[in-house]
Design a protein around this ligand. Structure first.
Ligand SMILES: Nc1ncnc2c1ncn2[C@@H]1O[C@H](COP(=O)(O)OP(=O)(O)O)[C@@H](O)[C@H]1O
Ligand SMILES: [Mg+2]
Length: 321
């Protein structure tokens, strides 16, 4: 229960993620377009007010594990110059009757009491916003859950700040809660162009010729950004540690260890590297070996489009109350 924690402290409900710590995500085209549309709308608050509209402020991100929901929410908060409160459902849901609804109330009280607005990120939202139930199988638990959802509906409706919720299971969300979000963004998997850019970013300071990058990107088709990052980091770790540890450092041996150690989630499809295996995969065979290191390119140049930690357009930004 949250009663023993200081009520006005947002950290009782999750971690605070600062704008300066956000990274610029490399996004699939439809996700990038949706983000641009939303930001344009937020920056046009004054023009919208003239026609009696407010920018939309509540978004639901859905997509599998590692598709970049948290990364995108944090990036968006940074673009707006806001700190993000990363709140997981288990900070709210409590087995004691009535206390989950009370925790929802406590969370919104804290947010409404902030001098500088926070962007609320509700992670694993399917457990919080799960459909209300009336099976009668467990009336006490059902009433407890339904009471919490009703409180959530009412507080979300009255709240005027930014909320982003994230879920891997959009089908579980209560329809009335779903409608409270005026933007729904599906975190589509990166396409071939984005996979190459993600590889480039996380391979640095190693650099690969374009043809090798393209071939290896095909081996990783349908991989999430998180999986691609893990492959790159596992590879770099082996390049540094392998010779010291006396591991076999032939290309196929290194990739066989990566395929064994880094696994796609069981719910996600298997990219070719995993279905064929390192020895048979032509993307692995296309990689020059050993890798060339370009120390001049490290640390990588900051992306000119990356948020600086300051709002992009501070003068036009405010949370409409
Ligand atoms: N679009 C992206 N571009 C670059 N890196 C990404 C992207 N999306 C995710 N990542 C990386 O993958 C990891 C997991 O992403 P995360 O945002 O936690 O996924 P989710 O919240 O959907 O489970 C993070 O370390 C992040 O750096
Ligand atoms: Mg996440």
């Amino acid at each position: 229960m949250l009663f023993d924690r200081p009520a006005a402290n947002p950290e009782a409900f999750g971690h605070l993620l600062r704008p300066a710590d956000a990274i610029e995500p490399i996004l699939a085209r439809p996700v990038r377009d949706a983000l641009t549309e939303w930001l344009t709308e937020i920056w046009s608050a004054e023009e919208l007010a003239e026609v009696g509209l407010k920018p939309r402020q509540k978004a639901l991100f859905h997509g599998g594990n590692g598709t970049g929901k948290t990364t995108l929410a944090h990036h968006l908060a940074a673009r707006l110059g806001l700190t993000m409160l990363d709140c997981r459902s288990d900070r709210i849901i409590d087995k004691w009757v009535g206390s989950s609804a009370q925790n929802v109330g406590g969370l919104f009280d804290v947010l409404e009491g902030q001098e500088t607005p926070l962007l609320l990120f509700l992670d694993e939202f399917d457990s919080l916003g799960e459909k209300r139930m009336s099976s009668g199988l467990n009336p006490g638990a059902e009433a407890h859950h339904n009471q919490m959802v009703n409180t959530l509906l009412a507080r979300m409706e009255a709240y005027s700040g930014f909320i982003i919720a994230a879920t891997n299971h959009p089908d579980k969300i209560d329809p009335a809660i779903w409608r409270r979000f005026d933007i729904h963004i599906h975190l589509a998997l990166p396409g071939p162009h984005e996979v190459r850019r993600i590889l480039k970013r996380y391979f640095a300071p190693f650099v690969l010729p374009d043809a090798a990058l393209t071939a290896f990107a095909e081996s990783l088709e349908t991989a999430t950004p998180a999986l691609i990052r893990q492959v790159c980091e596992s590879l770099k770790r082996q390049i540094v540690l392998g010779p010291k540890a006396g591991w076999a450092m032939e290309r196929e041996a290194v990739f066989a260890r990566i395929v064994a150690a880094v696994q796609p989630h069981a719910d996600a499809g298997k990219p070719r590297l995993w279905s064929l295996g390192a020895a048979a995969d032509k993307g692995v065979a296309a990689l020059p070996w050993p890798f060339e290191r370009d120390l001049a390119a490290y640390p990588p140049e900051p992306d000119p489009g990356a948020p600086s930690g300051k709002p992009d357009k501070p003068s036009q930004l405010r949370v409409v109350k």
